[in-house]
Design a protein around this ligand. Structure first.
Ligand code: E4P
Length: 217
């Protein structure tokens, strides 16, 4: 499983980039707005200069023609850009047209297996099931991820599954076990993935023991 960072915060992307484990970034309009930045082009280009991998940027248009035009504009900003298109009939129309032209689409806001299958059939490079938001309404988000992975394997679909709306480290473990190609994680969750109290205790004890002997020499 690969790790993408789910944020539009440049500092977080810079810090996470140093770890050498992040191979892409996903943004959405809410994440960009959270940074109080309206210069989407500058944000996406800055992210592309830090992370050498797919950077998802979402369209806001709602009609297929407008989505296609907007998607082409977004993808002209950097070769890394993947265009996020939300699930809908119009979104499918746009996804299919863009995929035929070689523009990579992340079919987003996916909450059912049927939506994921349709995204794959339309040629999307990625589908993004939103795990946390499903959990929030009493559904098992990770079960959906597992079902999508299984069905895509059954039919040899090349579309990759991004486990999105990840809220905590257990989601990452479950996404890996479910066979998700990618988990897109908020920065704090990435940091939580690294940490373990026993590692901290172990490092402190090693230092203490060494210090005890070293001080005698
Ligand atoms: C994924 O591409 C989305 O940006 C993201 O995972 C949404 O997560 P949220 O439910 O925490 O907003």
């Amino acid at each position: 499983m690969r790790i993408f960072l789910d944020t539009a915060n440049i500092e977080e992307i810079r810090e996470a980039g140093k770890l050498g484990v992040v191979s892409g970034v996903t943004t959405n309009p809410s994440l960009v707005a959270k940074e109080e930045r309206a210069d989407l082009k500058a944000v996406i280009q800055e992210i592309s200069s830090i992370i050498d991998g797919p950077i998802s940027a979402e369209v806001l248009s709602t009609e297929p023609e407008a989505m296609i035009t907007e998607a082409k504009e977004l993808s002209s900003w950097s070769p890394n850009v993947v265009v996020k298109i939300p699930v809908s009939a119009k979104g499918l129309e746009a996804t299919s047209a863009l995929s035929k032209e070689g523009i990579k689409v992340n079919f987003t806001l996916c909450f059912s297996l049927n939506q994921a299958i349709l995204g794959a059939l339309a040629g999307a490079k990625y589908v993004s099931p939103f795990v946390g938001r499903l959990d929030d309404v009493g559904h098992d988000g990770m079960q959906l991820v597992a079902e999508i992975v299984k069905v895509f394997q059954l039919y040899d679909f090349s579309t990759e599954v991004i486990a999105a709306s990840i809220r905590h480290p257990l989601h990452c473990i479950a996404a890996a076990k479910a066979g998700a190609h990618i988990a897109t994680v908020p920065y704090p969750v990435l940091i939580q993935m690294i940490r373990h109290p026993l590692t901290d205790v172990g490092v402190a004890r090693f230092a203490q023991d060494w210090q005890r002997v070293a001080s005698r020499i």
